[in-house]
Design a protein around this ligand. Structure first.
Ligand code: HEM
Length: 213
């Protein structure tokens, strides 16, 4: 067991944890976005989807416990890496990290991550911890996006999700040691495509529900 704990004390071990938990989140985000696409079909289709989803009670419970565990590991490990990097930067004569492909996407990971954390807390209070005995989930969503503030907050947060996913997806292959030269250009294109799909897919929902319909 000791070797296990020791592995995750290292920076490489932490990056491995970030990669695996990040991949889990990307899987959830894609499934969640596909389900939410029924909003564009109409309120009946969306409510039918939500009702069906709630029929799988045990599966939902497992998914929620899984997501919470991923979130705890991803956020605490990310915070440890951020604090570790910061204290390393404060030591003079340390090797500059910027040589290893540091860019705006990678430098902003802790900040976009923090925005996403705040967003998820707000999002759960909007849609998960709500009483739907007298109204449908579609009603809850239309009521939320009847406010300009919520439309703006959601669009900005989804942009943060897209930026985070863009760098995160690309860098998780590095962290897992799957970074073969040959596949890097394709991986870069896939990470951009994924970010655009997630950004546009989620970002259009508040605009469509709040402004267009
Ligand atoms: C902008 C459009 C979005 C809409 C309309 C939306 C809608 C919803 C709804 C209706 C639920 C509750 C499902 C239920 O209990 O029946 C939910 C849960 C959730 N959403 Fe979203 N969502 C959006 C974006 C996002 C994004 C970008 C993320 C990730 C960063 C996210 C993460 C979650 C999480 C973690 C849950 C809780 C899942 C669970 O309890 O099993 N959502 N969302």
């Amino acid at each position: 067991m000791n070797w296990f704990v020791d592995t995750f004390r290292t920076s490489l071990g932490k990056k491995f944890l970030m990669a695996v938990t990040g991949l889990g989140f990307i899987g959830f985000i894609i499934v969640h976005m596909m389900g939410n696409m029924t909003l564009f079909v109409g309120h009946e289709a969306f409510n039918a989807y939500v009702e069906k989803l709630h029929g799988y009670e045990a599966l939902i419970l497992v998914a929620e416990i899984g997501l919470l565990s991923l979130a705890v590991i991803h956020v605490t490990t990310g915070l440890l890496l951020f604090l570790g990097n910061r204290s390393a930067r404060n030591v003079s004569y340390t090797v500059k990290k910027s040589g290893g492909g540091r860019n705006i996407g990678s430098a902003t990971m802790p900040y976009t991550g923090f925005v996403i954390l705040l967003f998820v807390i707000l999002h759960l209070s909007n849609f998960s911890f709500v009483d739907t005995t007298d109204r449908t989930m579609y009603d809850v969503i239309t009521a939320t996006f009847s406010s300009w503030i919520y439309i703006i907050v959601y669009v900005v947060s989804v942009a943060a999700v897209a930026i985070h996913v863009r760098h995160g997806f690309w860098s998780l292959f590095q962290s897992l040691g799957l970074n073969h030269e040959k596949y890097m250009p394709a991986l870069r294109m896939i990470s951009i495509a994924l970010a655009v799909i997630v950004g546009v897919g989620f970002g259009l929902i508040p605009i469509y529900i709040g402004i267009i319909t």
